[in-house]
Design a binder for this molecule. Structure first.
Ligand SMILES: *[C@@H]1O[C@H](CO)[C@@H](O)[C@H](O)[C@H]1NC(C)=O
Ligand SMILES: *[C@@H]1O[C@H](CO)[C@@H](O)[C@H](O)[C@H]1NC(C)=O
Ligand SMILES: *[C@@H]1O[C@H](CO)[C@@H](O)[C@H](O)[C@H]1NC(C)=O
Ligand SMILES: *[C@@H]1O[C@H](CO)[C@@H](O)[C@H](O)[C@H]1NC(C)=O
Ligand SMILES: *[C@@H]1O[C@H](CO)[C@@H](O)[C@H](O)[C@H]1NC(C)=O
Ligand SMILES: *[C@@H]1O[C@H](CO)[C@@H](O)[C@H](O)[C@H]1NC(C)=O
Length: 588
């Protein structure tokens, strides 16, 4: 142990020893892969034994929790010397700090000692777990603990402090999942997000559920950050002010995003279950490149992006020998199983890049083409079958890209968007075939990525009859959500009238598409019960200012066993405030 002397005077006798191992950030994402993890021998050898003093440190980036289980949850914070806090106002103007390319931070021989506690009460009288760990420049001063000994479906409060000091982080609240075999006695509520682009808008959507205290858990379907160099008409220039490539870049970019007060509040209030899409690395990523990076540049870039993501996000490492794996599942009592997919970074075959649409168009039908990779496909089909066999009422699938077939000729230059599941037809057929072969009911696909809202029956068009009026023949429902702030695919400055007209064209050329909206930025909430799921789509009217305004745009009901959107008497109760609704009225 290196810190006995330094800590001796500070530490209350009863507390556990700090260690590097307790900080899961050192295995980001995998200890077994040298380029992706920090060898602890190397860290402890470099350390002089000195600790940063409490005065040198700050919890600038707040707290977060995530990947809840029925007895544990991941807790996150960042305890950095204020000189290393990369929020733009903390970097002296005109000074470009020299960073170690490999480590991505100014290497320091000092460590910070951090402790956490988690309790059933917000005054921390009933502490149920606590722990201590070190953090260093090697992991960008991030801290990830697994809190254990927790009870199912229970709310907890947690807080960090500098070891032996009164310097504390903001307080966080979190919640465990129900136990796998538990009958859940109330609805479970989720908020679902995607596509938060910092320079183009405030993250008002993240603030909604915090103000309403309306959900148990938050899902993020990816595009949590964007990699671009950006100008901003609202003064939100993300750091570093260039397109990002290195470890330093990705860490710094995520750090800027975390300064948004609504994002920070959502992380502190709710446990998150996120997956990445393309922009966590770069636009239109696939397994061998992105729109404009390939070869070694791409490999190094992806390595940096993946490592920074694992350091900064409150998620678990599912499989130590598969450093790119973030696809994982959660059992929420007997109510539902949540499968979080990676249709983007894991093992995806060629997607649409600049100027190759014709080439991709020729590939979309190939049987050996996959958007998930065959390893993940096998896992996914197995998860669907197991979930159905164990009798979980619903299967909720968190996925990046729109799953349903969508003729989008009016929005894109190609008839379909081949960057979505429409570019990977055999993979989609294999999903439907699994549902059919195993009579799997109550499947709800979720999607982000598109910056627009698409609510559809899951219809296997061209293979199985489907009646758009009644929904007969469908296999479930797809709920695809709009962006937190990213531009509408119909154009950043589209008017409501023009957007709704375009939505009208989209619903008329896609039988399974029941509601579509292009105008609003926002999010949706799901309230999941055994008998039914309701989905509420919220629009946030003005991304140029921080605001608590939100509009309930449309609301949908899905009844257990029906495998389609409920017609009450028509989809969405026949009413929406924006977009276009089949057999319904749209009025603001
Ligand atoms: C310290 O962190 C808090 C948030 O936890 C932030 O409000 C404050 O500005 C930070 N102070 C410094 C000096 O970085
Ligand atoms: C990469 O592509 C984006 C557009 O997607 C463009 O803005 C950016 O300048 C490109 N970067 C390089 C290095 O080519
Ligand atoms: C992947 O990229 C490398 C280097 O850019 C290239 O040599 C290889 O052919 C590519 N593989 C595929 C499947 O495109
Ligand atoms: C996929 O199948 C096509 C046509 O059968 C073939 O040309 C191609 O090489 C195959 N690709 C892979 C990766 O096996
Ligand atoms: C799915 O629903 C159908 C129709 O109610 C039923 O026949 C079938 O057994 C259900 N599948 C499972 C796995 O329970
Ligand atoms: C939308 O369609 C309506 C009805 O056809 C038309 O009156 C209106 O001008 C259109 N709006 C735009 C912006 O094109």
């Amino acid at each position: 142990m290196f810190y006995h002397v330094g800590l001796g005077a500070l530490v209350a006798a009863a507390l556990v020893e700090a260690s590097y191992e307790n900080n899961l950030a050192y295995s980001s994402p995998s200890r077994r892969h040298p380029s992706l993890a920090v060898p602890l021998a190397h860290v402890s050898k470099r350390q002089t034994g000195d600790l940063f003093t409490p005065d040198e440190l700050n919890f600038t980036h707040g707290v977060a929790s995530g990947d809840p289980e029925s007895d544990s949850v991941i807790l996150w914070t960042r305890l950095a010397p204020t000189s290393e806090n990369v929020a733009s106002d903390l970097v002296p103007k005109g000074v470009v700090p020299i960073y170690d390319e490999r480590e991505g931070a100014r290497p320091s021989s000092k460590a910070a000692c951090v402790e956490f506690k988690i309790a059933t009460d917000s005054r921390f009288c009933k502490v149920v777990d606590q722990g201590r760990a070190y953090t260093t420049s090697d992991v960008d001063y991030t801290v990830k603990f697994e809190a254990n000994h927790l009870k199912p479906f229970t709310t907890y409060y947690y807080q960090f402090n500098v070891c032996g000091s009164k310097k504390t982080s903001p307080q966080g609240r979190t919640k465990t999942l129900p136990a796998k075999q538990q009958k859940v006695d109330k609805n479970v509520n989720l908020a679902v997000y995607s596509c938060s682009n910092y320079p183009v808008g405030y993250f008002n959507a993240y603030g909604g559920p915090v103000r309403k205290d309306s959900v148990d858990y938050v899902l993020h379907l990816g595009d949590y950050i964007y990699e671009y160099k950006s100008t901003s008409s609202i003064g939100r220039v993300p750091q570093p002010d260039r397109e990002i490539y290195s470890l330093y870049d990705y860490r710094t970019r995520i750090a800027t995003y975390r300064t948004d007060p609504d994002l920070s509040a959502s992380h502190a209030r709710f446990p998150w279950i996120p997956v990445w899409d393309d922009h966590e690395v770069a636009n239109n990523a696939w397994k061998n490149g992105t729109q404009n990076s390939s070869g070694d540049v791409f490999r190094k870039r992806k390595q940096a992006a993946v490592r920074a993501y694992f350091e900064w996000m409150p998620i678990r490492q599912v499989e130590m020998d598969d450093s790119l794996r973030i696809w994982r599942s959660f059992s929420v009592g007997t109510l539902f199983d949540l499968m979080m997919l990676d249709t983007r970074q894991y093992d995806r075959d060629l997607t649409v890049l600049s100027g190759n649409v014709a080439e991709v168009e020729k590939l979309v039908d190939l049987q050996n083409r996959t958007v998930m990779g065959f390893k993940q496909e096998a896992w996914f089909y197995d998860q669907l079958k197991r979930s159905s066999r164990r009798g979980a009422a619903w299967r909720v699938v968190g996925n990046q890209i729109v799953f349903s077939r969508m003729a989008v000729g009016t929005l894109f230059s190609s008839p379909y968007n081949y960057d979505q599941w429409d570019g990977y037809l055999a993979n989609r057929d294999r999903v439907y075939q699994t549902l059919v072969d195993n009579s799997i009911n109550n499947t709800i696909m979720l999607a982000g990525d598109s910056h627009a809202s698409w609510v559809s029956d899951l219809a296997w068009l061209g293979k199985k009859d489907y009646d758009e009026k009644t929904g007969a023949g469908a296999f479930g429902v797809e709920l695809a959500g709009t962006a937190v702030s990213s531009n509408s695919p119909a154009g950043a400055n589209i008017t409501p009238s023009a957007a709704n007209n375009a939505s009208q064209v989209l619903i008329s050329q896609n039988p399974e598409l029941q509601w579509q909206d292009l105008y609003y930025r926002g999010y949706f909430e799901m309230s999941i019960g055994y008998d039914a799921i309701t989905a509420k789509y919220f629009g946030t009217p003005d991304r140029r200012v921080r605001s608590s305004d939100e509009i309930l745009l449309a609301q949908f009901l899905i009844k257990n066993g029906e495998n389609r959107l409920a017609r009450n008497p028509t989809v969405g109760g026949g009413q929406a405030k924006s977009g276009a609704l089949k057999n319904g009225v749209v009025s603001p």
